[in-house]
Design a binder for this molecule. Sequence first.
Ligand code: PLP
Length: 313
Amino acid sequence: MEPASRIPLAVLPTPLDEAPRLSEALGLRVLVKRDDLTGLALGGNKVRKLEHLVADARGRGCDTLVAAGGAQSNFARITAAVAAKLSMRCHLVLSGRPPERRSGNLVLDDLFGATLHFAGSGDWRILEEGVAKLAAELGAGAYPMPIGGATAIGALGYVLAADEILAQLGEPPDWIVVADGSGGTHAGLLAGLPASVRVLGVDVSRPPLPHAERIPALAAETARLAGRARPAGELHLVDHTGPRYGAVTDEAIEAIRLAARSEALLLDPVYTGKALAGLVQAAREGRVRGTVVFLHTGGAPALFADGYSEAFV
Ligand SMILES: Cc1ncc(COP(=O)(O)O)c(C=O)c1O
């Protein structure tokens, strides 16, 4: 398969910053890869994925992006923003029922002109079935994407991000820590990194097909698409989802406070707060050592969403 082309949308490279106060708190050298600063529409990891996905959509003659996710989905927000910027249409299938008041990412989806469809459920399969049904109704111009844009084409964005991190650091880090929602970011990193760099995926979603199965398969497919060697390393996963995807956990709130008060970094309660909680625990248990890159994948708009903002006051 030919590698898909790319439509540049992100401000790259994103900074890779030393985090001295966080390092001191964790007893490790921690650097933060600032993919919250990818630039488009409040940034985040989804901008890198969509550079490839939208190039594929355009290449197939599609003019309508169709995505799904939680009501506070960052992928939905960035898809809506990309469609607006590239003069495409966007339909979003979101979990639950229409809220009485829109907050956080939902305000932005609407601002970018996306058409919102509420699935009445947060079930992963129902959301993806909603995308397939809608795409069939919309016809040939529709470009349906799985939750999180987790295809090999989307994951190519993180093959390039892996190259970027290695070039910025000058030597491979010991660990990279990332939140696993759909697993596409983790898969792309595995496809791009040498096996000596271990990636700790912090599960925040517990998908129907577990990450332990999803990620290696997607990483292998991504590596093939990128013309890289098949990833060989061990898969490292810890689960910090809490009771369910999107649930507020005490550990995530504590980690969000730690990042804000040590490095003035804004993490979020659904993804990056849980990812840092995973790193804090792994550091305490001595499972992660040496030089660690914490991948900040964005998500701060959820801090301002009903159901989350109350957790901090
Ligand atoms: C802010 C943020 N971080 C991390 C992730 C996880 O990325 P992935 O879906 O590629 O696992 C997502 C999306 O799911 C996200 O929105």
